[in-house]
Design a protein around this ligand. Structure first.
Ligand code: PEP
Ligand code: MN
Length: 335
């Protein structure tokens, strides 16, 4: 349950008073920033909390009963949806954000070529990995800081917003100095200390679904970030692990309309990691667009056959442009 103090009571002192009062009944509280206001999250339902806070009713502007375990992430809290806008990139609230680029930053030339071509093909954000989570410790781990500098240069030259992954709290802070959006990958989706660091940051976070996570678990991961005071979270459905082995993961398409019902956070779909093969990527993008996602995250490489990582699932810039145009037409049909 959420408690919104009146403006002059949005202090740590008042939150501590409420916390002490509720603690007597065994109810835990958490005080944080949510968008432009402070909110107290009480970890119990309205029936338990309301009678106890009655004595402070003049200091409380509103309360909101949220039956879900995730609170700040729930759609009830912001029924109109969260919009995240950075320069020409916008996602949520009717904006469709297209993020594209190579899996890994290899060279300056590769990234600049990819950036120019994905921009031409309809992307407003460029994604490339500098810190790569690889299954094998012997595989290429990314160019790290040098990669971040290349990405930043590509942003300066093209105006594209940048997205890149961080795998540790230190990396989150470093990445935030060079990129516009920090990605948390599927393998770290339940790394709660890392998510807490993301909550302390004011940079938008692109949070991928853990490949073994239920939707509730996925939303609770987002909740960690929101609980820290960072409500600029973009969810990314990227497929879950099933017994199927024709595809790399399985894209659960029902998750798209379901998440749109459960949360106010914008949702993009990554068809590239879900499929693991380029010939399915456009079709999964069409299905996801039709299902109502707020954007796409697609791997595009100027020369997929020679990509250092994930070439098999990367579109060429030409294929990408054809795909985005068709997605645009699908979106027109939806309104
Ligand atoms: C990636 O985005 O390149 C990546 C490794 O994704 P995921 O975390 O979804 O596997
Ligand atoms: Mn990849």
């Amino acid at each position: 349950m959420l408690i919104y103090p009146v403006a002059e009571k949005c202090t740590d002192k008042f939150a501590a008073e409420i916390a002490a009062l509720l603690a007597c009944s065994g109810i835990r509280t958490h005080h944080t920033q949510f968008g432009d206001r402070r909110v107290i999250v009480a970890d119990d339902n309205a029936a338990a909390v309301l009678p106890i806070i009655q004595q402070h009713s003049k200091s409380i502007e509103a309360t909101l009963d949220v039956p879900e375990t995730y609170q700040l992430t729930s759609k009830r809290v912001r029924p109109g949806g969260t919009v995240i806008k950075i320069r020409d990139f916008a996602v949520g609230g009717g904006h469709f954000g297209i993020i594209a680029g190579p899996c890994t930053i290899e060279t300056e030339k590769q990234v600049l070529t990819a950036a120019e071509r994905v921009k031409k093909g309809g992307a407003t954000a460029l994604r490339g990995g500098a810190f790569k989570p690889r299954t094998s410790p012997y595989a290429f781990q990314g160019l790290k800081l040098e990669g971040l500098k290349i990405l930043q240069k590509a942003a300066e030259e093209t105006g594209l917003v940048t997205v890149t992954e961080a795998m540790s709290s230190d990396e989150v802070k470093l990445v935030a100095e060079y990129a516009d959006i920090v990605q948390i990958g599927t393998r770290n989706a339940q790394n709660y200390r890392l998510l807490e660091t993301c909550g302390e940051m004011r940079v938008p976070i692109l949070l991928k679904r853990g490949y073994g996570c239920s939707l509730d678990e996925f939303l609770m991961s987002a909740e960690y970030i929101l609980a820290g005071g960072n409500d600029r979270v973009i969810l990314c459905e990227r497929g879950i692990r099933t017994f199927e082995n024709y595809v790399r993961y399985t894209l659960p398409i029902a998750a798209v309309p379901m998440l749109k019902m459960l949360t106010h956070l914008p949702l993009v779909v990554d068809p590239s990691h879900a499929a693991g093969r380029a010939d399915l990527v456009s079709k999964l993008s069409f299905a996801s667009t039709a299902a109502g996602c707020d954007g796409l995250l697609v791997e595009v490489h100027p020369d997929p056959q020679h990509a250092l990582c994930d070439g098999r699932q990367s579109l060429t810039p030409e294929e990408f442009a054809v795909m985005t145009e068709k997605c645009r037409k699908i979106r027109e049909l939806l309104v």
